[in-house]
Ligand binder design. Structure first.
Ligand code: ZN
Length: 127
C-alpha cells in the first residue's frame, strides 16, 4: 500500500511556567519551541485550497500554531493561559496533536515532536 509521510517544522516563541514544579521551571520563563509535524497517510486528500485529492493535507493546517497568538496560533503566547493542563513539553505536544487533528482530513496518523531545548524533546502520537 502506498504511504506518504508529510513533514513540516516551525518554531514558537512562548512563555510558560510549570505549575507545582519545585525549582526554577516553576517561575515564568520563555522557550523557542521547535515543533515538527509528521502526517502519515495511505491516501491523498483534497484541501480547502486544492479541490482534487492530491495531498495528505495542506501544510497550512499543520502550521496553524506558528501564527501569532492574536491570530489564533501560539507564537508569543503565555502557554499557561491557553493550555488547560500543566505545560510540560509532553502536554504541549498532546495539545498540539489534539488541536491539529481537528484541522486534518480523516485517516491521517499524526506525530508531533516538540523540542523545549536543542537537546530535550518529546514525541507524541495517539493510537
Ligand atoms: Zn520551560
Amino acid at each position: 500500500m502506498p504511504r506518504w509521510k508529510l513533514n513540516t517544522e516551525f518554531t514558537i516563541d512562548s512563555a510558560h511556567f510549570i505549575q507545582g514544579y519545585d525549582g526554577k521551571c516553576g517561575r515564568m520563563h520563555g522557550h523557542t519551541y521547535k515543533v515538527r509535524m509528521t502526517a502519515i497517510s495511505t491516501k491523498l486528500n483534497p484541501s480547502a485550497y486544492l479541490k482534487t485529492p492530491d495531498m495528505v493535507c495542506d501544510f497550512k493546517e499543520l502550521k496553524w500554531a506558528a501564527a501569532d497568538f492574536e491570530k489564533g496560533g501560539l507564537d508569543h503566547a503565555v502557554l499557561n493561559e491557553v493550555i488547560p493542563v500543566v505545560t510540560t513539553a509532553e502536554r504541549i505536544a498532546e495539545y498540539l496533536h489534539t488541536e491539529t487533528m481537528k484541522r486534518l482530513p480523516d485517516g491521517i496518523e499524526l506525530i508531533v515532536t516538540v523540542w523545549e531545548t536543542e537537546n530535550n524533546w518529546v514525541e507524541y502520537t495517539a493510537d
